[in-house]
Design a protein around this ligand. Structure first.
Ligand SMILES: Cc1cc2nc3c(=O)[nH]c(=O)nc-3n(C[C@H](O)[C@H](O)[C@H](O)COP(=O)(O)O)c2cc1C
Ligand code: SF4
Length: 371
């Protein structure tokens, strides 16, 4: 398995753990993945809910929680760490500033097009920072728009790009009707994005790694998508069923117990489809149940808190803490494949073994057909 290079940042394994909110990937999971040679990612969305008094000052709670989780992760590993940020979050620039101040290695930025330079962050911090900027997109066109805009406006481009296909867990960047359209399958999205990056690589004389996400569960999936030009994979679902994952045991067990047909799409109150595991709470909201919303702070730009059926930040935090009757698990299409909880080391060892045996199998087939 080849290592991953993002600019001057060397990463031993081409495996990035997907940032998972609310409070699913914190310092525990991120440091464990980084210790094994991958990139461990802390999810910043509504991270302030970890503070007991978050409702009093959600904005400050988010900042102090993120800073603490980054510092804790750094105290547990010398490996590569990232933070997941969402442009759709009201305090996105606060979260980005904290990540840069704490000298995080990489920021993964999704849920919106990364077009604007953050206006509240001092130029001196941006210019002195070695943090890599990696947007997450759901189409080659979105990648082109971002890279073109940066090239024209700032005369440089982001350091890499994550392309997330329709099989991922969590909120999805597709219309519900497009989720099963083969035009949007991950293989097509990766091939198209790899081609879109070529002119930017030539113009700036750099390599722009394309990273594949969504539905990658084992080493065979990894090998196949990397044959199409992806330089690494970003995996969320498979890391949930690890001891080090920061979610409750109840959350992890919902993965172990679920069957393929238990994984479904909901219309999230934030206006996007979301992939979840069906439970009683999901059934209730699908039947029109409304849970009164005490919006502690308008955390999401796209959430109309006066009209939503329930508060999704609260529902996700409840399940992360094990209160499954008041929330649900986000999960990718392959969550049903989990049969046991493992350590991160065992998970990564399995991925390497599966990848290597697929590579060997395909190598043998190629050699046989050539001889
Ligand atoms: C439980 C869960 C929570 C997630 N939360 C977020 C999130 O808060 N922000 C985000 O940008 N992506 C989120 N994702 C997406 C992951 O970062 C990653 O891109 C995705 O899991 C990859 O697909 P996979 O789950 O099939 O491996 C989440 C995914 C899962 C499974
Ligand atoms: S109601 Fe919407 S904006 Fe308010 S906290 Fe919940 S998710 Fe955030």
């Amino acid at each position: 398995m080849e290592s991953l290079q993002i600019g001057d940042l060397h990463i031993k394994l081409p495996i990035i753990q997907g940032g998972m909110g609310v409070a699913i990937s914190l310092s525990g999971l991120a440091s464990a993945v980084a210790n094994e040679g991958g990139v461990g990612v802390i999810s910043s969305v509504a991270i302030g809910m970890l503070e007991l008094d978050y409702a009093k000052n959600f904005r400050m709670a988010n900042q102090s929680s993120l800073r603490r989780e980054i510092r804790k992760a750094k105290s547990l590993t010398d490996g590569v760490l990232g933070v997941n940020l969402m442009i759709a979050i009201t305090d996105y620039e606060d979260m980005l500033r904290i990540a840069l101040e704490e000298k995080i290695d990489i920021v993964f930025i999704g849920a919106g097009l990364l077009l604007k330079k953050p206006s509240t962050i001092p130029d001196s911090l941006l210019e002195s920072s070695k943090t890599k900027f990696v947007p997450k997109v759901s189409s080659a066109k979105a990648a082109r728009i971002i890279f073109q805009h940066w090239a024209n406006k700032y005369n440089h481009v982001p350091d890499a790009v994550v392309v997330e296909g329709p099989l991922a867990g969590g909120h999805l960047g597709f219309k519900k009707d497009d989720l099963e359209n083969q035009k949007f399958n991950l293989s097509n999205l990766i091939s198209e994005t790899v081609s879109e990056m070529v002119p930017f690589e030539q113009r700036f004389g750099i390599e722009i790694p394309v990273i594949a996400a969504g539905g990658i569960y084992n080493g065979e999936d990894m090998y196949k998508i990397m044959q199409l030009g992806a330089k690494a994979v970003k995996i969320g679902t498979r890391f949930v069923t690890t001891y080090e994952c920061d979610a409750s045991m109840e959350y992890k067990e919902s993965y172990i117990k679920c069957r393929k047909e238990d994984i479904t799409i909901i219309d999230s109150p934030v206006g996007l489809p979301g992939r979840v595991i069906i439970n009683d709470f999901v059934k209730k909201i699908q039947n029109g149940y409304t849970k009164p919303v005490k919006c502690p702070w308008k955390c999401l730009k796209t959430c109309n808190y006066k009209e939503v059926q329930y508060c999704i930040a609260e529902a996700l935090f409840n399940s992360a803490r094990g209160k499954m009757s008041e929330g649900f698990s986000f999960a990718g299409t392959n969550a049903y494949l989990a049969t046991k909880i493992q350590t991160v080391k065992e998970t990564i060892d399995d991925l390497i073994l599966e990848y290597t045996s697929t590579k060997y199998k395909f190598g043998c087939i190629k050699e046989t057909s050539e001889s």
